[in-house]
Each structure stands twice: as C-alpha cells, then as structure tokens.
Design a protein around this ligand. Structure first.
Ligand code: 13P
Ligand code: SF4
Length: 368
C-alpha cells in the first residue's frame, strides 16, 4: 500500500481506540510482544525518534548504521522500522525476501526526499547531458525515494549518508568529471567545500524551472546541486549562531550538515547524528554546547549527558514532524497486527527498482 493509498482511502490508519490506551498499558503490551517474538522481531530506531519509541529499539543509529544493520541482520522475520519511509525502504532493499519491513505509520515520510521525483530527475539528466555530455556521475543522499536510488544505480552512481558523504564524493570524482548531487543541496555543498572545491565550481539545478543556476559556463561546474533542503535544518540560521555567541563566547556550536553552508561555516563543527552524539560524549565535562539538529535528539543528549550543558541552537526548537508520527500507539498497533498475522505498513519495493537501487546502496556500503 502506498502513502497515497493511505491518505486517500483512510485505509491502513491506526484505529482510534489505540489513542485512548494508557501509557503503562501500551508499554506493557509492547514489552510482552518483544519478549514473545525474541530475535524474530527487530526494532531499529533512528536517533530522531521519540523516547517513548526509542526505549523499545533493539538498535539505534544514524542512517548509515541503520542501513548497515539491515544488510547484516539474518534472523529477524519482521523489522519494525522506527524512522521515516526512505529508511524503511532502504531496510527492505537490503534485507532478504523472507524478511518483512514494517513502518508503523505510513505517513512518516521525509519532505526532503519528496523534493526530487523521477520525472524531474529524468528531465534534469537529459538537460545536463545535452549541456556537458557524458561527464556526470549521480549521487543521492539516502534521504530519497527508492526510484531515485534506482536511477542513480542505473547510471553508475552511489547513495551517500551524512557520515560517509566525503568518502563517497571522493570516490565519485575519480569516476567522472562532475557530480549531480540529489536531493539536498546543503549536504552536497558542505561536503564538496570540505573537499576543497570552491563554491564557484558548484551550480544549482532548479527542478521547478528546469534550469541550472550558475553565473559561469556550466562546463566549469564540478558539482551540480539539486535544489532541495530539509525543512527542519533550514530553521537554524547564522543569526542563531551569532546571538548565542554574543551571550556566551565559549559555547561550542555543533550542527548537522543539512544546515546551510553559512551556518556550517560559522559553527565549530558539523556531522551526522552519530558524530554529534559521539563528539558531545567525548567532550570535557562542563562543555557548553548549542546543537543544530532535530529536537528529540537534542533533548535526549541533554538527559544522557547531564555533565555537559546542552541547548538547542534554535530556542524555538525544531521537531521533524514526520519522524514524530511514529509514536507508542503506532508501535504497539504495528506489533499487534504482526502478532495477529495481519501486518500493516508493509514496505515492499518492486523488484526492478530494488535491483537498481541496491547497486547504488552497495557501492556506498563498499566504500570505507
Ligand atoms: P543521519 O544520517 O545523520 O542520521 O541523518 C538522517 C536525517 O534524516 C537527518 O535529517
Ligand atoms: Fe527528512 Fe529533515 Fe526529517 Fe531528516 S529531519 S527525516 S531530512 S525532514
């Protein structure tokens, strides 16, 4: 069932009765089902998930860790993925056919992944080939649909995550003269800049106007950035960094590379959700941090590392609304449906798309 089916037909939505259950009752029932199913059930949880869900996760991680885990797990019959749709699709493509991946709420999408569709991508590719010939390798952030990953796989490219973007870009630049980077312009720009590529060698492809935005000859563009972004991370601005530093000149600013180039340049450091956690964990006790990433994670690190002084870079905090759709009632509902032999939210990527998308995923997983 696609997300569209769910939204249009109101099918596959959790019954209202789950919303009136007490937390204690839900927690007890989830714990019992986990106990009953043992290793035949695996619950991966992305770092942005709510605590009420994360407490039941068998493994937590950033996108790369969760993809690696999916590729390695042989035992689980059901993988109840607590994250967003593209992550569950990736898990489905990297697990065996006998394993079933379930997303507890099919409405848990990613607005960034929706910023590149196949029609736009085919149009962009044709246009760019006419402009610069067969000189481009496509890369896609894992925050993209399985179809986009398949497109990239078909054209010799790879997926990237925020933890391995640098290595994958380095690899890609050995394959072809230039890169088309989908769909997050910020991760692409920040990573390429880190590798020493100047901003004037980067152009932006606008999928709304079908135009390459550059003041220079397109042939000089080494990196072509898709004009997409994360609606959560765009809410961190240079003004936030400035005002926090005015208040506290010793505070360290750490952000996710989905933030804009200006914010990343102004911050002390940038990296994936895992990098943010590891860096704060390893810091001297008493270090003051302003963190530019999703609010559930910021709040969790605050609780887990009370010896550090942690606050959000944006005082209004930024939740990822789609990540937040996975909550305790949805987790319980997904597990009870599995237990009754009627799983809901099953993610199954079609065979043709899977084969090509896996090429892109495996190229990424092979790069160290
Ligand atoms: P990570 O790979 O850093 O976990 O990021 C995933 C994501 O969606 C961030 O918005
Ligand atoms: Fe997508 Fe941004 Fe949410 Fe990550 S934080 S899942 S990129 S909308």
């Amino acid at each position: 069932m696609s997300i569209l089916d769910v939204l249009q037909g109101n099918r596959g939505l959790m019954p209202e009765s789950y919303k009136t259950l007490s937390v204690a009752d839900m927690e007890r029932r989830v714990a019992e089902l986990k106990q009953k199913w043992g290793p035949k059930l695996l619950i991966p949880g992305h770092h942005y998930q709510k605590d009420e869900v994360i407490q039941f996760a068998d493994i937590t991680g950033d996108s790369l860790q969760l993809a690696q885990m999916a590729a390695q797990n042989q035992e689980a019959e059901f993988i109840v993925f607590c994250g967003v749709h593209f992550m569950a699709e990736t898990a489905d493509m990297l697990t065996a056919d006998r394993q079933t991946v379930v997303l507890p709420d099919m409405r848990a999408g990613c607005s960034m992944a929706d910023m590149a569709n196949m029609e736009q991508t085919e149009r962009a590719w044709k246009h760019l080939q006419e402009l610069v010939g067969d000189t481009i390798i496509p890369l896609t952030y894992v925050n993209s649909t399985a179809e986009i990953k398949a497109f990239v796989g078909r054209h010799g490219g790879a997926t990237v995550t925020s933890s391995n973007a640098k290595q994958v870009l380095e690899w890609a630049l050995k394959q072809k003269e230039r890169i088309l980077f989908l769909p997050d312009q910020h991760l692409g720009r920040n990573t390429a800049y880190d590798l020493g590529i100047p901003l004037d060698e980067m152009a932006v492809w606008n999928p709304m106007t079908d135009q390459l935005e550059t003041e220079r000859d397109p042939a000089t563009a080494k990196i072509i950035l898709w004009k997409g972004h994360c609606s959560v991370h765009e809410k961190f601005t240079v003004d936030h960094v400035r005002s926090i530093r005015e208040r506290d000149k010793n505070i360290r600013v750490i952000v996710h590379p989905e933030c804009s180039y200006e914010v990343v340049q102004f911050a002390d450091c940038a990296g994936s959700t895992k990098f943010i956690i590891d860096t704060i964990r390893a810091a001297e006790p008493g270090t003051r941090w302003a963190v530019g990433t999703e609010m559930n994670l910021v709040q969790r690190i605050k609780q887990q590392y009370p010896e550090q002084q942690i606050e959000s870079l944006n005082p209004d905090m930024c939740p990822c609304l789609t990540m937040n759709r996975i909550d305790l009632p949805h987790l319980l509902w997904a597990l009870e449906q599995i237990d009754q032999g009627e799983p809901v939210g099953v993610i199954r990527v079609g065979e043709q798309v899977r084969q090509e998308a896996v090429l892109a995923l495996n190229r990424m997983l092979a790069i160290r």
